[in-house]
Design a protein around this ligand. Structure first.
Ligand code: NDP
Length: 454
């Protein structure tokens, strides 16, 4: 049985039977059987099913938000924000899928036409993360279904109740039971899914697990997308209002208790405004309310996974030992539940784990830099490349710097932001492939090239 535990208080929320090798194989076989029928369902009918799914989310929003808060510890207002944001993503896919799937004539001459069409991949696996289960799930399963694929959806074990709710809403909305199957269980269930005959695998999670997934599927030539972690940097230039930049970046670092793939994880500040920025940043962080995530005014909740407390403790000890200055927080709180104080360090450098390894929690290092050149060098001193940002009044300066940074998304005067209209992708250990934008619809299809002579 899989125990679902409330990370705020350690209480067991539910005990659920897990999938095993036989049930997973059965779901994959059933998905394979139904997929051609689902793909042959006219697009307007598939769109209607997803529209009904959206209606279900709106109808049940408050209940879904409460479930999300109870199993991942996301503060309730942030849980509602995720559900609201989900609606915008669904709308984007509803509006764009028909055009993205349209047949394209790319050449015509007497007696010859060349066309491109899109075909569904077939049966795809979707192994998802717990930190934004609606967002990172929907980036995959909505366009995958709209383009005619059958989906084996494996939510993270830490977001299982949410995953089951999503499955239920899909089926009530009219997506055939076998075209969207939810797999219940921990990592071993994900690993078992990888052994199945799949036409595509879309994974969101850590670099370590992503690398294992790639090793398993690479030799089998299964289409693979990996949306992985980050160590996302921001550079604050000398021409900004330090207090305004600090307010924006404190939110970017601590929102969702620092457990966003695009959380700000490293901050570099020009020496001219460094000290003022740091004071303003610490003031912001000390103003964040930590507490019961079901309370309306809570901003920082518990960590979803208990082992991450050890990672944060290790990063704190390492930073202190190497001479960093601890300005706020720095320790776990007594249980029950997985609580860690929002933590700020200044005087950090790249010898410290805090500035090199993904923290995925409410902790941040702030480093002083002498100029733009040093800032860009440090921003690029990482194996990851998900997002990066620059705060300055000068757009030209921001664009010049951001053009040199290796990252899938870049931000000028903003951070921790995802748009359904823009591709979401990573460089290096942050992954391969992309979701979102119209490219993130086409990615669930196989392009067929037509050479037509008449
Ligand atoms: P994990 O890598 O621990 O897990 C990701 C998923 O893989 C989970 O469903 C997990 O199941 C499953 N899994 C675990 N082991 C295996 C295995 N051997 N084979 C197949 N599947 C397996 O990541 P987290 O869930 O902890 O998510 C946090 C990470 O995700 C962070 O690094 C974050 O940056 C990244 N992320 C990236 C995003 C992006 O868009 N680039 C978006 C969101 C998160 P289970 O949980 O049940 O063990």
């Amino acid at each position: 049985m899989l125990k679902i535990i409330n990370p705020a208080n350690g209480r067991v929320l539910a005990e659920l039977p897990q999938d095993d090798a036989a049930s997973i194989a059965g779901k994959v076989r059933a998905a394979r059987a139904v997929q051609p029928t689902w793909a042959a369902t006219p697009l307007p009918d598939r769109l209607t099913a997803i529209r009904r799914f959206r209606e279900g989310v709106v109808r049940d929003a408050e209940r879904l938000a409460a479930i999300l808060t109870s199993e991942v510890g996301k503060p309730i207002r942030q849980a509602r924000n995720e559900l609201n944001g989900l609606l915008g993503r669904i709308d984007f896919f509803l509006e764009q899928t028909e055009a993205a799937l349209a047949e394209r004539q790319v050449h015509a001459e007497t007696g010859l036409r060349e066309l491109i069409t899109h075909e569904p991949l077939g049966v795809v696996g979707n192994i998802s993360a717990w930190n934004y289960p609606y967002f990172v799930g929907a980036n995959v399963f909505i366009p995958a279904l709209l383009t005619g694929n059958a989906v084996l959806y494996k939510p993270s074990e830490f977001a299982t109740l949410t995953g089951l709710e999503i499955g239920q809403l899909m089926h009530v909305a009219g997506v055939p039971q076998d075209a969207f199957a939810v797999l219940v269980g921990a990592g071993a269930v994900g690993a078992e899914l990888l052994k199945q005959p799949l036409d595509g695998l879309f994974f969101t999670g850590s670099y370590a697990t992503g690398a294992r997934v790639a090793q398993e599927l690479g030799p089998r030539m299964v289409k693979l997308q990996l949306e992985l972690g980050g160590k996302d940097p921001t550079y604050v230039c000398d021409d900004v209002d330090p207090a305004a930049a600090a307010a924006s970046l404190a939110d970017g670092a601590m929102y969702n208790t620092g457990q966003s793939c695009c959380s700000v994880e490293r901050i570099y500040v020009h020496e001219k405004i460094h000290d003022t920025f740091v004071s303003a940043f610490v003031k912001e962080v000390k103003g964040f309310k930590l507490g019961d995530p079901s309370h309306e005014d809570t901003y920082i909740g518990p960590l979803t996974r208990a082992p991450q407390l050890d990672v944060l403790e290790r990063q704190v000890a390492d930073a202190k030992a190497k001479g960093a200055r601890l300005l706020a927080g720095g320790k776990r709180l007594a249980g029950p539940g997985n609580w860690f104080e929002p933590t700020v360090f200044a005087g950090v450098d790249h010898s410290m784990e805090l500035m090199r390894e993904e923290s995925f929690g409410p902790i941040i290092g702030i480093q002083k830099v002498a100029d733009d050149t040093e800032a860009v060098r440090l921003m690029n001193d990482t194996e990851y490349g998900l997002t990066a940002g620059v705060y300055t009044r000068d757009e030209e300066r921001a664009r010049r710097l951001l053009a040199q940074v290796h990252a899938g998304s870049v931000y000028w005067n903003c951070c921790d932001r995802v748009s359904p209209r823009l591709p979401w992708s990573g460089v290096g250990h942050s992954g391969i492939g992309l979701t979102l934008s119209t490219y993130g619809i086409e990615t669930f299809t196989r392009l067929k090239a037509w050479h037509l002579r008449d």
